[in-house]
Design a protein around this ligand. Structure first.
Ligand code: A2P
Length: 331
């Protein structure tokens, strides 16, 4: 691959920091790197591959001469600036939900639908983090047995909300440990020592937008418009890595040994499933790790042709920065 002139929009955020690390770690061929954020961060210096680079405020000249722009600065910023980056000749990989369901915008998890990336018109979308982690285990099972419907609950880390939420959990834990009251600013309730059945905003059907993302993005990524899914997304007081409990029903009766085999062979996924040794995927183990893990695999007792399983993955990596760089590597 020829070296690319790369811009990162949202370089100072939780995902932006990971993007710098992933680009360096995977030796992505970077000819030059431009770090962009809001005017609040202008002049801040960030390290990339042993060098310090100044953060610039996002502006009219930001994308001139850039080949690739990776956006992780929220939907509003993406909607406003991604088309301008494309007009200036850059290919955009966007981490927000702004373009994910638009026709003509490939929504890609490279291990699942790499071929879709070819059909881009300048913008490619990175899936929702919980969707990405769950699909890493569901996709190989879908190929083997034909997925019909999924019931799921997520256990989502605060870093999925961003840098301010990480700080809020840390502050609440130390305030409570010191006997001080905890105040909530990012979330509507205290997140420390609590769980909130509330991720993103509520819609008219009672599901949150995060829960609906799993259904709509799952259909698009798997190329399976008939997929049915019911998820409850839950924020938990974990710093990093999301987990998802899944009950999935298939067209064909899933053989457990065959299920284990297709999961074991799927790139980017590891089986960690030895209940006798208390071995199963956990956020503390998956945080900082590129591969997602699957465990607790068993026949689902409530469904016809069903499997129950538990998946865990670092949502800042496979759910965001790693997947975005993997998409860029396909281009
Ligand atoms: P900044 O740090 O200057 O606010 P997180 O999801 O961790 O909160 O990070 C969001 C990222 O998006 C940060 O890098 C943030 O920059 C950036 N960002 C937010 N709003 C804008 C904006 N209007 N223009 C450019 N970057 C933005």
């Amino acid at each position: 691959m020829n070296p690319r002139h790369v811009a990162i929009v949202g370089a100072t955020g939780a995902v932006g920091q990971e993007l710098l690390d992933v680009l360096a770690r995977r030796a992505f061929p970077v000819a030059s790197l431009r770090l962009l954020a809001s005017p609040r961060s202008a002049g801040k210096r960030l390290r990339f591959a042993g060098e310090e680079i100044s953060v610039e405020p996002l502006g009219a000249d930001s994308f001139r001469g850039m080949d690739l722009a990776i956006f992780s600065a929220g939907g509003g910023t993406a909607k406003e600036w991604a088309p301008r980056a494309v007009a200036d000749g850059a290919v955009v990989v966007d981490n927000s939900s702004a373009f994910r369901l638009e026709p003509g915008v490939p929504l890609v998890i490279p291990e699942i639908n790499a071929a879709a990336a070819k059909d881009h018109q300048g913008i490619l979308a990175n899936p929702n983090c919980t969707t990405a982690v769950a699909l890493m285990a569901l996709a190989p099972l879908h190929r083997a047995f034909g997925l019909k419907r999924v019931f799921a609950s997520s256990y989502q880390a605060v870093s999925g909300t961003g840098a301010k939420a990480i700080e809020e959990l840390r502050r609440q834990v130390s305030d409570l440990a010191a006997g001080r009251p905890a105040t909530a600013e990012v979330y509507p309730h205290q997140i420390a020592f609590n769980v909130l059945p509330h991720v993103d905003v509520f819609g008219e059907n009672g599901y949150t937008r995060e829960e609906m993302k799993f259904l709509h993005e799952g259909r698009k990524i798997l190329g399976h418009p008939g997929l049915r899914a019911s998820m409850t997304c839950v924020r938990v007081p974990v710093f990093r890595a999301h987990a998802v409990a899944l009950s999935a029903e298939f067209e064909r009766e899933p053989d457990l040994a065959e299920a284990r085999d297709v999961l074991a062979k799927f790139p980017g996924l590891r089986i960690n499933d030895d209940p006798a040794r208390n071995a199963y995927p956990m956020p503390l183990r998956c945080a900082g790790q590129d591969d997602c893990e699957v465990g607790r695999l068993r026949r689902d007792l409530a469904l016809e042709n069903g499997l129950a399983l538990w998946v865990c993955g670092d949502q800042l990596l496979k759910g965001a920065a790693l997947n975005a760089v993997q998409i860029a590597e396909l281009l």
